[in-house]
Design a protein around this ligand. Sequence first.
Ligand SMILES: Cc1cc2nc3c(=O)[nH]c(=O)nc-3n(C[C@H](O)[C@H](O)[C@H](O)COP(=O)(O)O)c2cc1C
Length: 203
Amino acid sequence: MTNILVVSGASRPESNVHAAVAAATRFVQGAGATVRQCDLASVRLPIMEWGSDDQSTHPSVLGVRADARWADGFVLVTPEYHGNMSGTLKNWFDYLYLELAGKFAGVISVTGGGGGDMSIIAVKNCFAWCHGFTLPFHAAVRPGDITDGEITAPKVVDRIARIAHDVARYAPVLRAAFDAARAMGRGPEAGVAGMHVGDWENA
Ligand SMILES: Cc1cc2nc3c(=O)[nH]c(=O)nc-3n(C[C@H](O)[C@H](O)[C@H](O)COP(=O)(O)O)c2cc1C
């Protein structure tokens, strides 16, 4: 079974992001994967403090790390804030690295009317810096695409469905390839996976 984590980068309970998270979750389930949601508006992670002993045993930190480690792939949904991802989502990224390496993600931005490109690029960039791979297309949701808390614009629904199916399709393929490469050891023939040999043993 393929495990997909749908992450909400919303900073508030009433966020339009929840409509995109609901749609993505529905389509990932429809694609046959097992889904968990990580709703950062309710998890309320503390701001990451590198090296903090308190944070390394904080229940919310342990929870998000465990969920990310469980996942083969991700659908990352961010509100667009000042042409970027939300601080909430960036803070989630800052707790993670090994949990994302060699995995696959699709990205959705929820905006106040903009095209979402800047926040989408920001999320993809951050995922790449964690040695993850992203889908070469994405979706943006504007306020007019949502009716009564549900995404109703056909083109946006279509894009989210494609993202969900592609994440469910490619995440296990990439994970298997990455794990096989990692098993080759640290040499250059193992590519980026060779940089992650012993990750969990040393964590
Ligand atoms: C601090 C802040 C910055 C924002 N910056 C942008 C922006 O750069 N582009 C845009 O289209 N909308 C922007 N918005 C509007 C949000 O993208 C919009 O509210 C969207 O629905 C996602 O956030 P939500 O959680 O408020 O629903 C911004 C909102 C806030 C609160």
